[in-house]
Design a protein around this ligand. Structure first.
Ligand code: MN3
Length: 206
């Protein structure tokens, strides 16, 4: 194989300071260049003897995780999941993104959860009670919107869900600025949710 066939770290669609004051520049830089890069490096290493996977979309690999050989499956779950989860995370945030969804997505959220506020409350609750490291998601499950939560770097694609919004509640995502105040991080994170991108993913997957 050639090195350019391996998984690589995508650039962020904005600068490291762009999500200030809600997410600080240092956290963004470390999160992107150390944590996300680390998952990619370990994913590439895990697949070294199975390099045909280097050119497969990471979400497809996770959907078909049972096809990955036993001896490397957990490494691919951890690091392929880490790669896919962070790819989505960077995309569904943006500076000055505004706080609420509109149009068809908003209507679907209201139908499912009662109101946007009820949805946020349920999502916040799932995020603050996720024990240890993990993620909280808004997913499609068989065409239905649902709030879901995964431990570690487990990907919703492994459960046949399609995530359209995700929040990283690993301490590395917030500890520098918020220390142990995860609920404050969660509350502030809504200020940088890129609802336009979430609406695109909603339309593409509904
Ligand atoms: Mn992370």
């Amino acid at each position: 194989y050639m090195t350019e066939d391996k998984f690589t770290l995508p650039n962020l669609p904005y600068g490291y300071a762009a999500l200030e004051p809600f997410i600080d520049a240092k956290t963004m830089e470390l999160h992107h260049t150390k944590h996300h890069q680390g998952y990619i490096d370990k994913l590439n290493a895990a697949l070294e003897d199975h390099n045909e996977y280097y050119t497969v979309d990471i979400t497809e690999i996770l959907r078909d995780i049972q096809n990955i050989p036993d001896d490397i499956r957990q490494q691919v779950i951890n690091n392929g999941g880490g790669h896919a989860n962070h790819m989505l995370f960077w995309e569904i945030m943006a500076p000055k993104a505004g706080k609420e969804p509109e149009g068809e997505l908003r209507a679907a959220i209201e139908t499912k959860f009662g109101s946007f506020e009820d949805f946020q409350q349920e999502f916040n609750n799932a995020a603050s009670t996720r024990f240890g490291s993990g993620w909280v998601w808004l997913v499609f499950n068989n065409g239905e919107l649902e709030i879901s939560s995964t431990p570690n770097q487990d990907s919703p694609y492994m459960q046949d869900y399609v995530p359209i919004l995700g929040l990283d509640v690993w301490e590395h995502a917030y500890y520098l600025k918020y220390q142990n105040r995860r609920p404050e991080y969660i509350e502030n994170w809504w200020n940088v949710v890129n609802w336009k991108k979430v609406a695109e993913l909603f339309k593409a997957n509904k």
